[in-house]
Design a protein around this ligand. Sequence first.
Ligand code: HT7
Ligand code: ZN
Length: 891
Amino acid sequence: PVTIRRQNYLPFPYDIVAVELEFDLDPASTLVRSRLQLKRLAPGPLVLNGEDLELLSVTVDGQSWEGGRYQLDAQTLTLDGLGDEAIIEIASRCRPEANSTLMGLYVSNGVFFTQCEAEGFRRITWFPDRPDVMSRYTVALRADKQRFPQLLSNGNLIAQRDLPDGRHEARWEDPFRKPCYLFALVAGRLTWRESRMRTRSGREVLLQVYSDPGSEDKTQFALESLERAVRWDEQRFGLELDLDRFMIVAARDFNMGAMENKGLNIFNAAYVLADPESATDANFSAIEAVIGHEYFHNWTGNRVTCRDWFQLSLKEGLTVFRDQEFTADMMAQELDAQAAASARTVKRIDDVVTLRAAQFPEDAGPMAHPIRPDSYQEIGNFYTATVYEKGSEVIRMQQTLLTPAGFRRGLDEYFRRHDGQAVTCDDFVDAMESVYVQDHPGRGLSVFRRWYSQAGTPRVKVSLDHDAARQTCTVTLEQRCEPVGVERLPGAPTKQPFHIPFAIGLLDAAGKPLPLRLASEAETRDSLLLELTTQRAQWTFEHVAAKPVPSLLRDFSAPVIVDYDYTDAELALLMKHDPNAFARWEAGQQLATRTILAATRARQQGEPFSLHGEFVEAWRAVLTVPGLDAGYRARALTLPSEKTLAEYMDQVDPIALADARHETLGALGRALAADWRAATEANQTPDAYSPDPISAGRRALKNLALAYLMAGSVEGAQQQAQAQYQGARNMTDRMAALSTLVNYGEAAAATAALTDFYERWQDDPLVVDKWFTLQATARSTTVETVEGLMVHPAFSLRNPNRARSLVFQFCLNNPIGFHRADGSGYRYWAEQVLALDALNPEIAARLARTLDRWVRYVPELSESMRQALQQVRNHPGLSRNVTEIVSKALE
Ligand code: HT7
Ligand code: ZN
């Protein structure tokens, strides 16, 4: 496979000023005519990308260009001898119905959809399929009017007419120049919900959410989320919707979450459709986040886009940051100051949990890459937690260093400089730096830029040196970041220190916060942002009578791992008293991590294990101490996930770890049974469902309490879970009860409840996905169970949501079933990667990634994993996507 390198970037030698596209839509064979108006910018042939297309004709300025004046190969169409200006017309055919990759033009549920990012436009027509070629588009869509009554594309609808033979035509014009990855069309029978609103400059805009007929009752929340997103971007960043019409369309078959096509966002139906009976609190909050995310791309991604795909984090990291802030603001609105602060902390905790579970392992594995990668074989493999979630953390650190007001000025400057352009991550930091230097004369962001070019999670070792005589405490921070991925190859540059904003506080032995006063300063503060820009640095605090307990990396001010030798008692103290709610949560997680790792070692050595009284009491305090809201308590009492815990083990023993975590859950369930029962009673919510954070927090705590009681086999819990399952008035409570029945309950009751669930919901694909997921992740599920579910009439590997709900969930989130010692889980994995690869390489490559950290496992398992990887790599005809993943894993 060919490796594409960032350093080899060359501008495209032509400006494609205007693109006119005509589609004669037929599921079996669609005719596409494209008319490109181009101007030469530099010498060189016109090289256009194309894939899986049948070329019908090529003309230049109206003249046939046949007879050796173009070269065609499997991936490019090259035209030589063009003048400085030319009109190229190309006719071609593609086969949407046969397109199972879901890239380019495809049919889902009888509706035409497109997906062009990153390199899907080349599956529609020959074109320079790269983000720095920006053009104005006009589009004509023609199709049978009965079967495809709605014909949608980007921008404004400028004409519509009926054609002979039962067909009709719609013409769309997008007033903004855009790269081809933002092109979209949708054609089919759809229902929609709409509203109108005035933007802050007084323009009336039409907002629409389209979905398949029968689902119209499930789009209200999505439309309201869109309205909130439009308002928020105006208020928080001064960014206004620039189109008269903004459409969202839900697709049943979709590779990712959603796509920000200009004015015509296409969404995975899972991030659009919701009502209280069929969607959980987590679904509602994901819908709002994804709707916000795609809408915010209209400025951060569409108005200013990426010069090349190495710059992906320019739009994705920034837009994830913006959607995280949107959610935090929405969660905090209409709450009093204390509840608002708590809601924000809950959001921060959720984001950090995701980062640690998905990105930290990636950053330590064979696919580790900087947020701006230097090379790739297949760009589809680089839509990663690093580019997205770590990318967002890198933006957040800039906001921390500049302050929110400075960050806003920096963003204004970015748009002032680059609106309408395709730019780089460096351009973004340049804009931020132009503001930073005004507020910090003599300093810059040159060290900070290393976050863009170096991979890996830095570790920060903290040491405290208390001088009783001087009453000072010196804090030393020392950073280290091992080479990862290609950084380990000979000749790779040595890694340099990062610029790490490190928020810190100090507590005395009674848990009272100490005012912080640096030796060099007169001012005292409760919390301080230390900036570590070298490998090691020290700060001395004055008036510190005794060795304090440090509260470190408050609010997770940087994506790093902190090493500090807390005693258990110090962690318990922080859990009770740290005024920083994030750091309080973190202390609890560390205590729980120690406990579960000790339980794991005990299991491995066949020794008995029991919980420390100190740990139980710390947990009881979080559950019972007055003044904490339920959502925060639920996060603070959730044990770290197996994925997060695995990062602390030298050799991962997944079954011992999962069993130890389960054992800890059960022991806490029994030890605190009365308190858990009280929590389930105190956190009932009214029958009328609302997804607001207070109500969702109550449900989270009540259902966590039920899980503890069930895991501990506490008397009465089984009946409680069954009653909750039957009587639930919303899907959050019903699913929670069903999950505890399936994982910890009596087998007969679990089977009965699962049967009942399927019978009730078999006509709702998103709920059927939940039904598959519950079984895929159940503790008792084996490879044989999953194979049995794969022959269920409702299962299909072609639908990504369904494949994810069963196959991915089993391989990713069922440690006991998947990591069976006989290697059967890994053989199943290999079969499914290969089966998926024949249908949809993007999805196959995502499944392939689940084994890429095989070397970290105990030798009995890692050898079987290696064999499975080898089996996949040796398979003839493997896609570029999967080849890149398995080859890097085996390197
Ligand atoms: N920008 C979108 C990326 C995307 C995508 C990438 C590869 C294959 C299919 C895809 N669907 C959407 C999503 C986003 O980050 O907003
Ligand atoms: Zn995005």
